[in-house]
Design a protein around this ligand. Structure first.
Ligand code: HEC
Length: 281
């Protein structure tokens, strides 16, 4: 028996050695995100900053084709607008992101912030008269602008590698948000031609140059550090929201369903006791 176990262990260790030799990726650490637990919610400040990082850095190479600018201003989204009554002046004041309590949701078509975000992007459209491509400011109904017209152009600009669409990337990669965070913070600094060493990427050599540099994205809030770690956590938070925008409602519904099932079980037990009270079994 002991011999069998030793033999199995030896095979396992040898197998692990071979896998490591083949350049298998390192397992990402568990990063503490606010949305991790079964009742956890998004930190909307982080999602807002993460959009800024995506827009200023990642959007130069990656599209997010499933998202339109109006999605940023829908209920529960990072730039949703609410009118909140100021307790001192009794005036209604605009508040971006869900307020702690109260607040009247403003429809996204009336949301000046999201309109400004869309208008800040230049979109290539077709001129209705000439049929020629023309540039115009973005509208809230536009999908996120893709940096390249097609995959061939994207590969041609990236040494043959394709920067994948990031709309649902945290759902599409094993390890989810932890993997994205580990990848963005995991560059070793070594490179070989146009490939950069990153132990978290399968194969360990990635064609994406380290995208984040300390201080590159200016945050409005002076309290938030402008480090690679903070940018990475924020942009990952945004990408997680994009992959799963209805997580919070789903978790709340889950809790209601659980409470209902517990009450139902209690009632069923009591009625079972009542029905069988005079029977011996
Ligand atoms: C200069 C262009 C460029 C920029 C800027 C850039 N990327 Fe990339 N990215 C790439 C390329 C190219 C790949 C494909 C790499 C490969 O297949 O080796 C890639 C791949 C990825 C992947 C997929 C890795 C995998 O597991 O397949 C993720 C996630 C990613 N990038 C996130 C980001 C984020 C987040 C940002 C912004 C902070 C960003 N990228 C900025 C070019 C870029």
């Amino acid at each position: 028996m002991l011999r069998a176990i030793t033999a199995a262990a030896a095979v396992f260790i040898a197998g692990a050695g071979i896998a490591f030799a083949a350049g298998d990726a390192e397992h990402p650490h568990d990063h503490p995100f606010s949305f991790d637990s079964p009742v956890g919610a998004y930190d909307m400040g982080a999602v807002q900053r993460g959009y800024q990082v995506y827009q200023q850095v990642c959007a130069n190479c990656h599209g997010m084709d499933h998202l339109a600018y109006r999605h940023l201003g829908e209920r529960g989204a990072p730039f949703a607008l609410y009118m909140v009554r100021n307790e001192e002046t009794a005036e209604l004041e605009p508040h971006v992101g869900k307020p702690a309590h109260g607040g009247q949701f403003v429809d996204v078509t009336e949301n000046a912030y999201v309109r400004a975000i869309a208008a800040g992007v230049t979109v290539t459209d077709v001129d209705p008269n000439s049929g020629q491509p023309v540039d115009r400011p973005g509208r809230i109904s536009d999908r996120f602008r893709s940096p390249f017209p097609n995959e061939i152009a994207a590969r041609a600009s990236n040494g043959g590698a394709y920067p994948p669409d990031l709309s649902v990337i945290t759902a599409a990669r094993h390890g989810g948000a932890d993997y994205i965070y580990a990848l963005l913070t995991g560059y070793t600094g070594a490179s070989e031609g146009t490939l950069y060493e990153n132990p978290y990427f399968p194969g360990r050599m990635i064609a994406m140059p380290p995208p984040l540099i300390e201080g590159a994205v200016p945050y409005a809030d002076p309290e938030t550090p402008q480090t690679v770690e903070q940018y990475s956590a924020d942009v990952t938070h945004f990408l997680q929201w994009a992959s799963d925008p209805h997580m919070e409602e789903r978790k709340k519904l889950g809790i209601v369903v659980l409470a209902f099932l517990i009450v139902l079980s209690g009632l069923l037990y009591l009625s079972y006791k009542q029905i069988w009270r005079n029977e011996s079994h």
